[in-house]
Ligand binder design. Structure first.
Ligand code: FES
Length: 79
């Protein structure tokens, strides 16, 4: 299994809709950040799928170093 690459050194602000499922890119290779576009194929990594509990604004991790995926935990500040 390879390590995730840094897609961005800051989180992505996104609007999510209650009840809808999203696939957050965990590998960093997606061209559709912060979501998975299938580019993880062959990396041994998979996206983290989550369902929005309510409609809200979220900050999804862009550096892929978070320990609280898909959410930003401030790890980009250590890069
Ligand atoms: S493209 Fe990164 S997890 Fe799918």
């Amino acid at each position: 299994m390879s390590e995730p690459v840094v897609a961005a050194k800051s989180p992505f602000e996104v609007e999510v809709e209650a009840g809808k499922s999203y696939a957050w890119c965990a590998c960093g290779h997606s061209k559709s950040q912060p979501y998975c576009d299938g580019s993880h194929k062959g990396t041994g990594m998979v996206p983290k799928v989550f369902k929005a509990e309510k409609s809200e604004t979220l900050w999804l991790c862009g550096c892929k170093q978070t320990r609280n995926g898909p959410h930003c935990d401030g790890s980009h500040n250590d890069l």
